[in-house]
Design a protein around this ligand. Structure first.
Ligand SMILES: NC(=O)c1ccc[n+]([C@@H]2O[C@H](COP(=O)([O-])OP(=O)(O)OC[C@H]3O[C@@H](n4cnc5c(N)ncnc54)[C@H](OP(=O)(O)O)[C@@H]3O)[C@@H](O)[C@H]2O)c1
Length: 285
């Protein structure tokens, strides 16, 4: 399988590097800027062609990864389509979590087999991406005929592949935003409260890590502790009072505590009277 890469950024370069190490031929790499190609070269190797012409990648590759920013994927597909390059039987995939393979749709009219290949991971830079890829689950989706190539690549670079239906892609991405991006936003909100009393987040890392370990071992439902599952209305009332003038934090607290209340109901550990008191405090949806 000869592989081409369009977009020499963090994901494209890390993917190219790991594929190369696994013995795949990465025949060509394209990007907009020479500086990005020069940065990718030490990772992907001298044997590859480095070019500013995206169309050139298709001459040597059977499988092409479009690893540009999400907003550029469709533009690249339009551009390649307009160039009249022979695409019959070539597999073309992108690595966006938010979009399905149809983001590349101008290319299927030219005979390409489309896919999406999303490493469920955060890549702050190339080195970090290379380090975490082997433990990363890869979610794939696309034309039936593209899937064997996607499965082969995902098995080679990642921990395991998982198949998604095209129509599930948005909810899949939303799940990742909840557990990764919004977790950061939640911790940032907590940090804002700490700052009010002159402490920082560092002493909280052990409890954050322990919570994540519990979640990994038992799942979120069984790992929940705190005033809601204890049915402790007095503490919740004190928290809400303390958040006067902290409207954003109060909003987050009430929303997530209502979720916690649903979890408490599901666990069946809080009595009906206590549940009613908590609902009155936290408000109905
Ligand atoms: N970063 C993550 O944590 C992560 C994780 C999983 C999936 N993804 C997905 O992977 C994809 C790439 O993300 P990234 O973080 O690697 O982005 P990135 O570091 O910004 O890299 C994107 C690269 O694409 C190149 N590019 C943009 N438009 C182009 C075009 N028209 N033709 C050729 N090359 C073009 C840019 O090249 P120049 O520098 O040459 O301008 C840039 O280096 C996105 O779809 C993203 O959603 C990202």
């Amino acid at each position: 399988m000869n592989i081409g890469i369009i977009g020499a950024g963090k994901v494209g370069t890390a993917l190219g590097c790991v594929l190369k190490r696994k013995g795949f031929a990465v025949t060509a790499v394209a990007s907009r800027r020479q500086a990005s190609l020069d940065r990718a070269r030490p990772y992907i190797g001298e044997e590859s062609i480095y070019t500013l012409d995206n169309g050139r990648v298709f001459a040597s590759a059977d499988v092409v990864a479009v690893t540009t920013q999400d907003r550029e994927i469709h533009k690249v597909a339009d551009q390649i389509s307009a160039q009249g390059i022979a695409l019959e039987g070539k597999v073309v995939f992108h690595t966006s979590g938010a979009h399905a393979s149809c983001e590349l749709s101008p290319l299927d009219k030219k005979g390409a087999l489309l896919g999406s290949f999303h490493p469920l991971q955060t890549f702050p830079d190339i080195e970090a991406g290379i380090a975490v890829l082997p433990e990363t689950y890869i979610f794939i989706e696309g034309d039936g005929a593209a899937l064997p190539a996607l499965r082969t690549l995902a098995s080679a670079v990642g921990r395991e592949w998982k198949l998604l239906a095209r129509e599930s892609k948005v909810l899949y991405h939303l799940s990742a935003v909840f557990v990764c991006n919004l977790l950061c936003a939640l911790l940032y909100s907590g940090e804002g409260i700490m700052k009010r009393i002159g402490i920082d987040i560092e002493p909280f890392y052990p409890i954050i890590r322990a919570t994540l370990r519990n979640i990994e071992a038992k799942g979120p439902l069984s790992s929940l502790t705190g005033p809601v599952v204890r049915g402790d209305a007095g503490t919740i009332e004190a928290h809400l009072t303390a958040m006067q003038g902290m409207e954003r934090a109060r909003e987050v607290y009430r929303s997530l505590s209502r979720v916690a209340l649903e979890m408490a109901e599901e666990r069946g550990e809080v009595g009906a009277e206590q549940l009613a008191a908590l609902k009155a405090l936290l408000g109905e949806d």
